[in-house]
Design a protein around this ligand. Structure first.
Ligand SMILES: Cc1cc2nc3c(=O)[nH]c(=O)nc-3n(C[C@H](O)[C@H](O)[C@H](O)COP(=O)(O)OP(=O)(O)OC[C@H]3O[C@@H](n4cnc5c(N)ncnc54)[C@H](O)[C@@H]3O)c2cc1C
Length: 426
């Protein structure tokens, strides 16, 4: 069977581009035109020597092609190899047949060897856009990207670098005097930054908030929480397409605590906060201390409504009237049997609890990261790489998550971008 059946290389552009000695913007007859935008001002790197860029349109390839004896294929490969930079749009998928778990996809799915072969063919950077991106589901999309990464091929990073502040809480049943008397007041009474001192992590990399109310209902009004999170988090998740249907919600995978540093710091913080909660000085303020658990059951009874309000009032009444049974009721009805003592006794049990109960703080950032490297989505001015006239101006341009809440940070990003847009216009 001919190699050309497997290889479709549409050579779109083979450009010899040189910015050396470039003429004035506007070109011939430019006197009456609006002066063209000087794009070189946006470039962090300026090319000062003549160079050759080979840009290949739809690279649809399912098995290694560089050893093909077809002269046409070899001729096209030579053009890419001889260029200074080889850029292509890889439209098919590849998978490791021994390990891949996921849908098999259509006829455009090749073997893992294709990745190394693309590199050998002279490609430096592979874009991933095409009709077949989702043929093998999200699993196939990630598998292809992973295999390309393994051989050092760079791809565009949209949807990667999703970062949040991972949080967990420890709660206490509050004595009457410690409860929030004025329910119109915000439940957060205090927020403090502290430092984990884990090597390589910046000062103020952790945060704790003290909440004098943990829910809208009668039980929530009797429960206070010490709510703590990793302020400088390193775990990265992703936002990707769930299907080719634009009406379907995307797949958001935070992968919180996947970075060892985040898990280690949250574990240490759990022990630190438990010590605070159990301190004798608080004996007059709280009684039962328990690990907070936003289980499906807790979520269900937390939905505002008359039925839940009544249920929670009954439970709150029982907890108030039967102090000796309080711990047992909380263990049975709230935490699902998980006690603070169990968690503090064993790191593995604690880690399992942290991984199960970790939640965000509504601070997602990073999926359109600014930068000048090939994985960056936007330039330091917020322009989308490779797209004219489009900027991103929100929390998604942050390259990493700040050691701070994200509202004012986002407002400052917006102020800066507004200045840049005004500068460009003037
Ligand atoms: C419940 C909650 C509590 C928070 N509390 C705090 C806090 O106490 N302190 C703090 O610092 N930060 C807090 N944050 C985080 C902070 O609000 C965000 O980091 C910040 O708003 C992010 O700004 P943004 O512009 O990136 O996104 P957003 O503020 O979400 O703005 C996105 C905008 O796009 C609009 N939009 C979406 N889709 C479309 C569409 N298809 N067409 C047109 N418009 C569209 C939306 O309506 C929205 O106005 C909280 C967030 C949440 C959700």
């Amino acid at each position: 069977m001919s190699w050309t059946r497997y290889v479709v290389l549409l050579l779109v552009v083979l450009g010899a581009a040189s910015v050396v000695g470039q003429g004035p913007p506007g070109g011939p007859g430019g006197a009456n035109r609006t002066p063209a935008h000087d794009w070189s001002a946006d470039m962090a790197m300026k090319i000062t020597e003549p160079f050759t860029l080979a840009s290949v349109g739809d690279v649809i390839i399912v098995r290694p092609a560089s050893q093909s004896t077809d002269p046409g294929v070899q001729g096209a490969i030579k053009l890419v190899r001889d260029a200074d930079v080889g850029f292509g749009n890889f439209e098919s998928l590849i998978r490791d047949e021994n390990k891949f778990v996921g849908p098999l996809g259509g006829s455009m799915t090749g073997t893992r060897e294709v990745a190394a072969d693309l590199k050998a063919m002279g490609f430096t950077l592979m874009n991933r856009a095409g009709n077949h991106l989702m043929d093998a589901g999200v699993e196939g999309l990630f598998e292809t990207t992973r295999l390309m990464e393994d051989v050092g091929l760079v791809y565009a990073g949209v949807g990667r670098n999703l970062i949040e502040h991972p949080s967990v809480s420890i709660s206490c049943y509050l004595g009457r005097a410690a409860r929030l008397a004025n329910l119109d007041r915000h439940h957060t009474q205090m927020q403090v930054r502290f430092s984990s001192r884990l090597e390589g992590c910046p000062p103020g990399d952790m945060c704790i908030a003290v909440l004098a109310r943990s829910g809208w209902h009668a039980l929530g009004q009797r429960v206070g929480s010490l709510y703590f999170f990793v302020n400088k988090a390193y775990s990265q998740g992703s936002v990707t397409l769930r299907s080719a249907d634009p009406a379907e919600e995307p797949l958001v995978d935070f992968r919180m605590l996947s970075d060892r540093r985040d898990l280690e710091r949250l574990r240490a913080a759990f022990r630190f906060v438990a010590d605070i909660a159990m301190a004798g000085e608080l004996d007059g303020v709280r009684s039962t201390i328990f690990p907070t658990n936003y289980s499906d059951r807790v979520r269900k009874v937390s939905r505002p409504g008359l039925r839940n309000a009544m249920q929670m009032r009954v439970l709150a009444g029982m907890l108030g009237a039967l102090p000796p049974l309080r711990s047992w009721l909380i263990d049975t009805l709230v935490t699902g049997g998980v006690t603070l003592a169990d968690l503090l006794a064993d790191d593995a049990t604690l880690d399992a609890h942290l991984n199960k109960t970790v939640a965000g703080v509504w601070h997602p950032v990073g999926t359109c990261r600014m930068g000048t490297d090939p994985l960056a989505v936007t330039t330091p001015q917020g322009r989308v790489h490779g797209v004219q006239g489009l900027r991103v101006c929100d929390a998604s341009v942050m390259p990493s998550i700040p050691c701070a809440n994200t509202n004012i940070t986002t407002i400052m990003v917006a102020e800066r971008m507004a200045d840049l847009i005004k500068q460009d216009a003037s």
